[in-house]
Design a protein around this ligand. Sequence first.
Ligand code: CMX
Length: 442
Amino acid sequence: MSKLKDTLYQKILDHRKRTTKLLKKSGDTVIDQVTVSQIIGGMRGIKSLVTDISYLDPYEGIRYRGYTLQEVLSKLPKAEGAEMPYVEGLYYLLLTGEMPSKEEVEELMVTFRNRRIVPRYVWDVIDSFPSESHPMAILSAAVMSLERESHFNVKYKQGLSKMDYWDSTFEDATNLIAKMPLIGAYIYNKLYQKGKGHRYPDPSMDLGANFAYMMGKDKPYDDVSRMYFIIHADHESGNVSAHTGHLVASTLSDVYYSISAMINGLAGPLHGLANQEVLRWLQGLRNQMDGKLPSEDEMKQYVWDTLNKGQVIPGYGHAVLRKTDPRYTVQREFCLKHMPEDELFKYVDALYKVVPGILREQGKAKNPWPNVDAQSGVVQWHYGITEYDFYTVLFAIGRSIGVLSNIIWDRALGYPLERPKSVTTDMLEKMVRSTKEFVNTN
Ligand code: CMX
């Protein structure tokens, strides 16, 4: 057993006792109430999922296993001369809750390296897509096509104890994470470089550096990849991509079905696709300005014009966060260091000064501050990835690391099939009529 798997197994044994005790002793304890607006309003804020991989505080932002993003970036081991840590180390941290040593990360790098090979039929699936297809649709299909590789399915058919579900799920998850960057780079190459830029992975490189290499990018794009995959990895369990992955996996569908579904959820403009929307929207402004940097008043006008057309400002607002997203801040700091003179970065910076005030004045958005997607496309654009349809693929590679870690733990703790209850509007009206508040106010 590898060091990671061994450590994970010990953690699972300990954690099972806590979950069993909670269920046995406190199963009927009420911890939340549900309002009509929460039911009609997309279940906002209802405490109904449990995960120990990450927690999202509305004012502080995401913590992975208790660590802020800044702590994760400074404490995880790094390659010689790198600014950003190994992505492999993040997988170790998310799975075990322990900050890995460099040796532990190196062992995991070998594990990933040995699992990179993507079967030929996956390339055929990708090649069979018309070139106008969205890269997220291709990614979803490519991941789906790998389903026949699932160890979990083989074991399940042979008759697998529930206590062992996590083991083959771990094998499937690790196999998929190792392959995702290759699949992503191949899709980029097929769609935008007509297959001419394809590079095989370099066995001496870590996951982030290898992705940069396969994309044909020089330093510091290796750090951009590492940063990007790490900051997008998890955002607790209620966001659409994480929740979809968890939901599908709760039926004991294998990780390929689950991650393909996760990718489909991420592909919506209110979620992961917002990063490409930001770029599209900024390009609109740039075209309108004939290339010159807009004044503050021109910027304000563009924002108001968008709102007055009934559209959202992409990259701003959030269902949980009530402050600037720390994932935005991490990227902003990277931009300030590496590309302060970049024209689009200046646009983003100028927007940061005007959008929150306007959204407050408009009075609809509960959070007027920028989220991760407001910055991420600009960094990619700067390093030559100007095909913004591709940005959500990068988000998906990162997000799969967190969602897969969660699925392994779901299986380890025996979380059941997810099945919330729905009611009809009639029932809802009846329930409202029978409450004290209704009687008192009518
Ligand atoms: N621009 C304009 N209006 C916005 C807004 C924005 N950026 N953010 C929220 N609003 C509006 C909502 O559309 C809603 O309007 P209605 O009452 O007319 O329906 C109102 O403000 C209240 O929404 P909210 O409770 O503040 O936000 P939600 O939890 O409903 O939605 C989100 C959250 C992210 C979908 C929303 O803020 C949004 O559409 N933002 C722009 C898209 C975006 O950046 N998405 C990426 C989020 C991060 C990610 O998942 O990747």
